[in-house]
Write a protein that binds this ligand. Sequence first.
Ligand SMILES: [Zn+2]
Ligand SMILES: [Zn+2]
Length: 326
Amino acid sequence: MRAMVLDEPGKPLREAELPVPEPRAGEVLLKVEACGVCRTDLHLLDGEVDVPHPPRVLGHQIVGEVVAGEPPEGAAAGGLVGVPWLGWTDGSCEYCRSGRENLCPQARFTGRDIDGGYAEYALADTRYCFPLPPGFAALDAAPLLCAGLIGYRALRMTRDAPRLGLYGFGSAAHILTQLAVWQGRRVFAFTRAGDERTQAFARELGATWAGASEERPPEPLDAAIVFAPVGALVPLALQALAPGGIVVCGGIHMSDIPSFPYELLWMERTITSVANLTREDARELLELAPRVPVRTSVTRYRLADANRALEDLRAGAFTGSAVIVP
Ligand SMILES: [Zn+2]
Ligand SMILES: [Zn+2]
């Protein structure tokens, strides 16, 4: 099978011919129909997040057809399933036993510890595969599996905040805006200064307001989610919060957060991060997505163009999500 492989950080992915892997007990073999491109893949490529045992096939928003192995509950044989970033947990540590498998210290991640979906075939642990929601084509569903899931987990941390700021309006924010507006919240979208195309895109999706990250929103926010990996946005987001508000950092990596006056945190404002996902998050989001219904905006790339997809993501060359179709 053809695959795009990370040999070492700092080098482009290499196009390789690998044997089709064979599923062991408890695994399925998927014929990859689509695989979303995530900012985490850029962090892996750049060495900002470690890949412990290269060479590794990246890609952790996999939609595939089950071609061998027992399909997960709720999926028909030959049906499409989705595979997220969280690929395996031990099930026995204090985090796993308390509904917080996203924090499992033994967790293995798809496209980092386990070969991912930048390939024609991929293996997955059956327990971490999910039947796709009805009405979603493979291409459109792929961005739900990380951008959607991390966004959803971050959104839950904002509880019922009615005025929600989103800093960095990429794949996650474009899904989350639709969900939040459907829930009756108002969304304030923050982009790079001068990025009028993305600001217009945010308004089209239902955002009440869109502007530059350095701007103050027209009214204080009850919560802000920072998706851009830029630490300097954290004090800016705090500054935009009403008393009691929360800033949720939604990325796996972020540049250093500059120091800021205590006054910005005072009045019970909170800063937190969101790490990974749980299978419960996945079940909830995949149940909600068709009810909204979430419509992903997708730019499609061939497998051999994975490096170009990653560089386009870095450059902000598209709105919405990039998806590789082998
Ligand atoms: Zn565990
Ligand atoms: Zn991701």
